[in-house]
Design a protein around this ligand. Structure first.
Ligand code: RIB
Length: 307
């Protein structure tokens, strides 16, 4: 079982010729609405790949609440611990996607910001029994901290988005930042080369003798450059699969959900990361967050094609 604690957002997505700068208005294409939210995306990613996924989170009391719960349930996610929040809107995300498939996102957290430590305590049995508990940063720190404390399995923390002042959970077995989030966590500039990424990631495992141990292992997602693993002091670069991306929204969520499935199946981290890279690559070839997430057969097909 994989427990995901996190956000559910209804995504409003517009294609744009380029991302606006402050003060600029850009005319976009037709708007589309999809289920999203980093947490919900990760749970759906896990379920589509054959994992048993259960979700802990909050929706509001509007129409979007039913859309979000139904979407997760239809994909096989256990929605027992999704709570409704009276007088509160369900989370929304405003997403612009440029012709290169790059996005910019504004999240209005709504009910996600009302998730409490008590809500996570109420899901204590689930968290205790889960082989992997997956966390992100679109819900309050207190909720994540309680979930990490109650988790009986691997705690996978995806520190996304990079929230100023966010405090990491008290226990992290696997930290999965992207380059920007890694920079925010280490107080460095955004690392470019693999060597720079490795040096920054070492600061989070204590291997540099610097900031001290924050996580058992670190996996840095690098988009088209693949991922960098740092485990037990050893670094390994896993290259990305070659696909033609149309929309990179939820690629990181796809990676985290797939990584959780692979780890729950008992795979070693390097193998699990390569499998998750394949799932993330598939997700970039389709538009939207949850509509883009890979099915298991597609991942296996890409892996067999690329060797
Ligand atoms: O990671 C992509 C997700 O970020 C979107 O689905 C959006 O809802 C935001 O949470």
């Amino acid at each position: 079982m994989i427990a995901v604690v996190g956000s559910l957002n209804l995504d409003l997505v517009t294609p744009v010729p380029h991302h606006p700068v402050p003060g600029e208005t850009v005319l976009g294409g037709d708007i589309a609405s999809h289920p999203g939210g980093k947490g919900a995306n990760q749970a759906v990613a896990a379920a589509r790949l054959g994992g048993r996924a259960a979700f802990v989170g909050r929706v509001g009391d509007d129409e979007a609440a039913d859309v979000m719960i139904d979407a997760a349930r239809e994909q096989g996610v256990d929605t027992t611990h999704i709570l409704r929040t009276p007088g509160t809107p369900t989370g929304r995300a405003l997403i612009a996607v440029n012709p290169e498939g790059e996005n910019s996102i504004i999240v209005s957290p709504g009910a996600n910001s009302r998730l409490t430590a008590e809500d996570c305590a109420a899901a204590g049995d689930l968290l205790r029994d889960a082989q992997v508990t997956v966390l992100q940063q679109e819900v309050p720190d207190e909720a994540n901290h309680e979930a990490a404390r109650r988790s009986g399995g691997i705690v996978l923390h995806n520190p996304a988005p990079a929230v100023e002042g966010a405090e990491l959970p008290p226990r992290i077995d696997l930290l999965v930042p992207n380059r920007t989030e890694l920079a925010a966590l280490t107080g460095t500039s955004v690392p470019g080369t693999i060597d720079e990424v490795t040096a920054a990631a070492r600061k989070l495992t204590g291997a540099s003798g610097g900031a001290g141990e924050r996580a058992g292992a670190v996996v840095v997602t690098l988009g088209g450059d693949g991922v960098l693993l740092l485990e037990g002091g050893a670094a390994l670069h896993v290259p990305a699969f070659r696909v033609r991306p149309v929309d990179t929204t939820a690629a990181g969520d796809s990676f985290c959900g797939a990584l959780a499935v692979a780890l729950a199946e008992g795979r070693a981290l390097p193998d699990a990361a390569r499998w998750a890279c394949a799932a993330a690559a598939v997700s970039t070839t389709r538009a939207g967050a949850q509509p883009s997430l890979a099915h298991r057969a597609e991942v296996e097909e890409l892996l067999s094609r690329e060797g």
